[in-house]
Design a protein. Structure first.
Lengths: 130, 235
């Protein structure tokens, strides 16, 4: 599908996301609603991956580029952050460790639990005792 | 004198900011390819280059932002595109949905709780805390959350990029330190703590790790929206 049309589809879904965000009784980022809309439309079928593939690849491949200008804007907050930069960096560093540990341990533990549960039910089904 | 004033007006053309950003980002990508090191992050290089140029030539930030804000407009479509990697990994997600959902939920929750606790401990004010809560998730979602909480988007994005670069550098070390053997657990862990920048490292550790890390970007982002909403009452 033509790249312009692909862009139109994604932007239209973003517009829908903003409409939904405006109607929702609680705050929720419109961009995340758009992400869920794209996923739902792909899974339910009306939207095919080739409808948006090229445009999505363009956005994903150049993701970093879109965040250069808002990061440059930090120039306006240097005074505000004075004396707090070390604290901010410390908080970021600590949570890289903790977030990785909590996430991967939870996944590992759940996987072991699931495998054990499946094995147990297999034994039960075949009438063998453990 | 007349020509100088005209030149100043040209700096306020949106094309100035757009062209400068593209050149700076391209320079960042070239340096990154040659250096092959996470510290040579293209966003980081581009930002430093632009800031240096603005300061050196005494160009006001507002002039740059005429074009910059047009680029920032792509925040929403870039976030929407994150659905594509989730869709492509749907089969793996379906087979392992309990561990993956539980891991990204727990990880993103721990991130917000610990950031919130440390901000309180160090006595950071409300808007700075709001800017750091979403530091573990990908920039487009972090920007959305920070806007909603009344934080400062540029600080949020800087914290996100710093976390990403840290995760990228430390990924193989973290896997050993915490004895994580399962490739799915490794990938989900890397993606949840260091989003897209960490994912580029996860890809080099294995195909499954890369796919899982990419999947975790969208999922942990989604859960962080929910947790941030709960924490907005505590701010």
């Amino acid at each position: 599908m033509k790249i312009l049309m692909q862009l139109a589809i994604i932007l239209f879904i973003c517009l829908l996301g903003e409409v939904i965000a405006a109607v929702l009784p609680f705050p929720f980022p419109a961009s995340v609603i758009s992400m869920l809309l794209v996923l739902a439309l792909l899974l339910w079928g009306p939207l095919k991956i080739y409808h948006i593939q090229k445009q999505a690849d363009f956005l994903l491949d150049n993701m970093g580029f879109f965040f250069v200008p808002p990061t440059v804007a930090i120039l306006g907050y240097l005074g505000y952050m004075e004396g707090k930069v070390a604290i901010i960096l410390f908080i970021c560093l600590v949570t890289v460790f903790t977030t990785f540990a909590v996430t991967s341990w939870t996944v590992s533990a759940m996987m072991k639990y699931e495998t054990r549960r499946k094995e147990r039910s297999r034994y039960a089904n075949s009438g063998e005792s453990e | 004198m007349q020509t100088l004033e005209n030149l100043n007006e040209i700096l306020y053309s949106p094309f100035f900011g757009i062209v400068l950003t593209i050149f700076a980002y391209q320079a960042g990508i070239s340096i990154n390819r040659k250096a092959k090191h996470a510290l040579a992050n293209p966003i980081l290089i581009a930002v430093l280059l632009i800031i240096a140029i603005l300061l050196l030539f005494d160009i006001p930030l507002e002039a740059y932002q005429q074009g910059g804000s047009l680029i920032y407009l792509f925040l929403a479509p870039a976030t929407a595109a994150l659905a594509v990697p989730i869709y492509k990994n749907w089969q793996i997600l379906r087979l392992n949905w309990k561990p993956i959902i539980a891991g990204t939920m727990a990880g993103s929750f721990s991130s917000i709780v610990i950031v919130f606790g440390l901000c309180k401990l160090f006595g950071l004010d409300r808007s700075l805390t709001a800017s750091l809560l979403s530091k573990s998730v990908t920039s487009p979602i972090a920007a959305g959350i920070t806007e909603q909480l009344g934080g400062i988007v540029p600080i949020a994005i800087a914290a996100v990029i710093f976390s990403g670069i840290t995760g990228n550098i430390l990924a193989p070390f973290l896997v050993k330190l915490f004895h994580v053997d399962d490739p799915v657990a490794q990938g989900i862990g890397i993606g949840t703590c260091s989003h897209a920048i960490g994912t580029t490292r996860a890809i080099t550790m294995g195909e499954l790790q890369g796919a899982m890390s990419g999947l975790a970007i969208g999922l942990s982002g989604l859960f962080t929206v929910l947790w941030a909403f709960l924490f907005s009452f505590l701010l």
